[in-house]
Every structure is written in C-alpha cells, then in structure tokens.
Design a protein around this ligand. Sequence first.
Ligand SMILES: O=P(O)(O)OC[C@H]1O[C@H](O)[C@H](O)[C@@H](O)[C@@H]1O
Length: 318
Amino acid sequence: MMAAKEPSIELCNGANGLEKIVLREFRGSSAEVYLYGGQVTSWKNDHGEELLFVSSKAVFKPPKAIRGGIPICFPQFGTHGGLEQHGFARNKIWSIDPDPPPFPPNSTYRTCVSEFRLRVALGPGGDLMLTSRIRNTNTDGKPFSFTFAYHTYFCVTDISEVRIEGLETLDYLDNLFGKERFTEQGDAITFESELTMGNGHSYVYSWWIRFISPAKIAIIDHERKRTFVLQKDGLPDAVVWNPWDKKAKAMVDFGDDEYKHMLCVEAAAIEKPITLKPGEEWKGRLKGPLPDSSCEGLQAHSHISLQVMAILFRLSPI
Ligand SMILES: O=P(O)(O)OC[C@H]1O[C@H](O)[C@H](O)[C@@H](O)[C@@H]1O
C-alpha cells in the first residue's frame, strides 16, 4: 500500500516562468493556482486525473487571460459594462497576503477601491472550494457595484455525451439573441450536436441563466461515468458555455477540436449586480466536490486541511 503523502503547499514556477502554487493532499489529489489571474489551472483527483480543461493553446503571458481552469470574472461579467470583457481580475498578477493590512486613510485609490481576497482550499478527500471575499474599502462614502463569475472550464470526455441537470425550467438570457429572456423547457441540457434549446432557437452557443434554487448543478459525463456536482453560495446565476466549432476555430488560444472536451458551467452574479456600501463585504463561494462523491460528501469542506492564500489587489486609481 502506498504511504499517504503529507499535505503540502508549494510556490514554484509554472508555464512561461509565471508563479504558481501547488496544493497537494494526503491521498494524492492536487490543485494549482497561478498568481496571474488568481486562476486555478489544475484540479486532480486521487488518481491523478485532471478535472479541469486548459487549452493546449492557452497563452500564459499577460495580458492575455489563461484559457481554461477557473478564471475569475470581476468586476464585470462579459461585456455588460464599460470595462474589458470579463473585467480585469483575470489579467492581474495577484499577491499572496495572508493578512492584508487596511488601506492607508490617505490612499490615492478612490471610488472603485475594493479588496478582493480569494481562498482556494483543497479538502482532505480532494474536494475543491473557492471563496471570494470582496470588500468596499472606499473612504468617500461611495457604493461599489460589480458582477462576478467563476468561469469554470470542466474537462469532459465527449461533449455529445454530457448532460447538465439543475437548470431546467429556469429563465435564461440568450447571449446570442440580443439577450432576450426565454424559459428552458427541456428535462436537462444536452449537447448532442450544437447547443439547442427547446424554444425554436437552435445553434445557441452561449447563454446565461438565472439560477434560483437549489444551488446545485450536476454535470454528468456519461462516457466516463463521472458526475460533477457544483455547489454555489452567494451566486444566484449560472452560465453555460461551449464555443462549438466555428468560434473554436476563430479563437487563437483554443484548439479547433477542443470544444468537444470542455464545458464551462459558471457560478455567477450577473443579472442583479452586487452593490456594496463602504465597509460592506460580499462572499461568493464555489464548491466542487469530487466527481462521484455523494451529496453527503459535500459537507466535507468543514474539514479543510489546506488553506492557500489570501489575495489582495486594488483597482487602479481613477
Ligand atoms: O474569450 P473570453 O473572454 O475568455 O470569454 C469566453 C466566453 O465567456 C462566457 O461564457 C461568455 O458567455 C461567452 O460569450 C464568452 O465567449
């Protein structure tokens, strides 16, 4: 029998010399987080199987966001606002700061000052949990509003053999059809050819959905007989995305056929932006229990044995 390894946290150089943190757990599960983007790029179970998708063409070079893993979309999801697509958190070099000091009172950072702390935790059984805490640290009394998503890229065996459960009969806004609101009628979302919805509109590649409750989404990979159950707190919306063939070909950092092996299911707060008054804090959590773990296993995170880091960045002065 193999001896159990000690849990460990290691800071090392990743692709293109960018720093990353590697978390390892007793039974062999692991996770990797790049300081660039505060982005999780790998999550492996006890058998060393990769659960997240990262494109073979991903560019690990700022300012291009890393294509895959779990990019953080903040303070704006998509193009809904005046910032670049998905905001700029994924394009920042984050820093490890276990105990960030308060901002100095005479800080030059103004209205949009916010403090963002991310904790990435790997549970003893290999479950992954991401917790974002965002605080409005404005000293001028102004509120701060943002939208947010954990843009999780799951690795799937064959997209045509995947089903998503938990988003049925919910309203969704279609990103390809002028952001019109529809209600999904089907039993579960499948991707048999191109993404099609039961509303007469077909060939839908991208949409987002208001997700009311329960806060669980199951992603079933039939071919591998694997089920991811995604749990989320503080994140009422969900986004499902696969670029499909044409968009895949148009993306420089994505292989032409890689769309068959990935699926983004994103825990998000989009439809109603989060607004924080000065001093207020918001928390958004994503829990990824290991595939095939039972629902009871979702509680295992109360025994987090590795706590990685607190990450702090400040938005640019205006
Ligand atoms: O290419 P990116 O900026 O990383 O965005 C990737 C995708 O993210 C989301 O899921 C959006 O719904 C898509 O419209 C977008 O294409």
